[in-house]
Design a protein around this ligand. Structure first.
Ligand SMILES: Cc1ncc(COP(=O)(O)O)c(C=O)c1O
Length: 380
């Protein structure tokens, strides 16, 4: 099997699964219970919070555990909008955000919020000038992603954060679900107030995530109840998910230090190969893109059919993002980047992880070549 769909989800690391099993079996107490089993579970959560905080270079009381990226983005955006609505009702985001941001903003529009969706250039980046021109007295939130999940474009988060620093009333939220462990981001230096992570994107277990909330920022909770996680997210904690997320983040961080160059080289090799295929158009920008995502189009070929063809050979890739890949329309990311329907309706995404190898790249080329040849013959 060649698994090149790591932006959809990753295979949990072996040690992460072991940790999950150990915690869920032996530390099953409810962290809110006052007996020793509950206290042990609570201690594990606090230890995990400290590990995550140390890796992110933030304080432990700024780390909140969630169920993943969609929930983190919802809590950040709606929680901020509801909390600060007396200050203003304007939100700025971009046209190429993940559905969990765009749909959340659309929902807020139905409740009377005013949302600006920034354009992107042909490489998928927002312009700081556009952002500057969009700011109003009523702006309360800017929500932008660090790494785009479809094409891998890296947004200039540091510059944006530094610019926004002069507006103390504007909260800066960053969706870093695709960037963590792949593209460094210093939350403090970039003046980020809220940052979303998702465990299953860095070899953790599905149903685990982190929302960083800078000290002093308040969020109206969306889920009320037992006031767990600083009242931001009530509900009995997913202890095993939390502990295994901390483990996954630690391992991913180590892999980044040791193997990010290798990851970039594998991507370069794939880009070089795909560029040499006459039917392929590369959509991922060469500069300012993450080391693990390659998006390309096969004009005239139905991408779903081609993904299935590769799947028959146990090569797993995506058409666009996992949550929109079953919808038949064109990619909103590629359309926003200015690509026409032939390109934006025929895109395929390869997303690598530190677990992939050169041998897989070589094998992939062979399978891709044969599959493409067969496809073209069928189309004649
Ligand atoms: C950029 C981005 N944000 C948010 C999410 C949602 O994360 P989750 O699957 O944990 O809900 C994803 C998932 O693909 C993503 O790529």
């Amino acid at each position: 099997m060649i698994y090149f769909d790591n932006s959809a989800t990753t295979r949990p690391y072996k040690e992460v699964v072991e940790t999950f099993q150990e915690v869920t079996t032996n530390y099953f107490g409810n962290p809110s219970s006052i007996h020793s089993l509950g206290q042990q579970a609570e201690k594990l959560i606090q230890k995990s919070r400290q590990i995550v905080a140390d890796i992110l270079n933030v304080r432990d009381e700024e780390v909140f555990f969630t169920s993943g990226g969609t929930e983190g983005n919802n809590i950040a955006i709606k929680g901020c909008a509801l909390q600060y609505k007396s200050r203003g009702n304007h939100i700025i985001t971009s046209k190429t955000e993940h559905a969990s941001v765009i749909e959340t903003c659309k929902q807020l529009e139905n409740f009377g919020f005013d949302v600006t969706y920034l354009d992107v250039n042909n490489e998928g980046q927002v312009s700081i000038e556009d952002l500057k021109n969009s700011i109003k007295d009523s702006t309360i939130l800017v929500s932008l992603m660090h790494v785009n999940n479809e094409v891998g474009t890296v947004q200039p988060i540091m510059e944006i954060g530094n610019y926004l620093n002069q507006f103390p009333k504007i909260i800066f939220h960053v969706d870093n679900v695709q960037g963590i462990g792949k593209v460094p981001l210093n939350l403090r230096k970039a003046n980020i107030d809220l940052c979303t992570l998702s465990g299953h994107k860095f070899h953790g277990i599905k149903g685990s995530g982190v929302l960083f909330v800078k000290n002093g920022i308040k969020l109206e909770p969306l889920i009320t109840g037992g006031m767990q996680e600083g009242k931001i997210r009530s509900g009995t904690e997913n202890v095993a998910g939390i502990v295994s997320l901390a483990k996954a983040l630690r391992v991913s961080n180590e892999k980044y230090t040791l193997h990010v160059e290798q990851l970039q080289e594998m991507k370069n090799e794939l880009v070089k190969y795909l560029s040499s295929c006459e039917d392929v158009i590369i959509n991922t920008p060469i500069m300012n893109s993450a080391p693990h995502i390659i998006n390309f189009s096969l004009p005239g070929i139905k991408p779903e059919a081609f993904v299935h063809e590769l799947g028959k050979n146990k090569v797993y890739v995506s058409t666009r993002s996992a949550c929109s890949s079953k919808k038949a329309d064109v990619s909103h990311v590629l359309s926003s980047m200015g690509f026409d329907k032939t390109i934006s309706g025929s895109s395929i995404r390869i997303s690598l992880s530190y677990g992939n190898s050169y041998e897989e790249i070589i094998k992939f080329k062979e399978i891709f070549n044969n599959s493409l040849k067969q496809f073209k013959q069928l189309m004649r």
